[in-house]
Design a protein. Structure first.
Length: 218
């Protein structure tokens, strides 16, 4: 992994007023929206963007994934592994915390935007006086439906039948007030713990609770 200062389209460094660090999950479906966000921020002007992502031709900061038993050496994204490997990739990403903390301490950005699996980024940023925002690549309606804090309360894993119905407080007028059970069954893995790690739902809720702001893709 490497970080790159995306300055080419951002204009003169002397005119910068805001420095943003982006830290996506290592899946192309997550990296691409973060890249789109970077381009949009640069187009505004007066913004410097430093993404932590896959290797590029201009490497400013190298973030090395630690070895995790069961994860093939050299893995850098979910495109290279199966579903179980994707869970191990989250564990490897957790192992980059010391590197990310050192990066934030050196760069001292105004804000860091992070993905759904690394709530510790917000904790690291807070200790440095850096603002943090969780960037959701999913529409607000899907997050409100599947990632509601009430889902999986007290450690109980919701069933497919429960996920087929909207959580309490969800607008009944929404077209997404219910989903077919067979589709809901696919999302039960969100509430499943793998390799002793917090579930995706637990990580997402922790991100919501830890960050200073939410940024939602529309």
């Amino acid at each position: 992994m490497a970080g790159v200062d995306a300055m080419a389209a951002g204009g003169d460094e002397a005119g910068e007023t805001l420095h943003v660090v982006l830290f996506p999950f290592l899946a192309f479906g997550h990296i691409n929206p973060f890249a789109q966000l970077a381009r949009s921020l640069l187009a505004v002007g007066g913004v410097r963007v430093t993404p932590c992502c896959l290797r590029t031709a201009v490497a400013v900061v190298a973030l090395h994934l630690p070895r995790v038993p069961g994860l093939p050496e050299g893995t850098e994204s979910t495109a290279e592994v199966d579903a179980d490997g994707a869970e191990l990739l989250k564990l490897a990403l957790d192992g980059t915390r010391p590197q990310v903390e050192a990066l934030l301490a050196r760069l001292r950005p105004d804000v860091v935007l992070f993905d759904f699996v690394t709530p510790w980024v917000a904790d690291a940023a807070r200790r440095l006086g850096v603002r943090s925002a969780r960037f959701s690549i999913f529409p607000a309606v899907s997050g409100a439906y599947f990632m509601a804090h009430g889902r999986g309360l007290y450690g109980a894993r919701p069933t497919a039948e429960e996920l087929a119905s909207a959580p309490e407080g969800f607008p009944l007028s929404s077209p997404l007030s219910t989903v077919p059970t067979y589709q809901a069954a696919h999302f039960t893995h969100i509430f499943t713990s793998f390799h002793g790690m917090p579930s995706t739902h637990d990580r997402s809720v922790a991100c919501h609770n830890a960050c200073d702001a939410l940024v939602i893709r529309t």
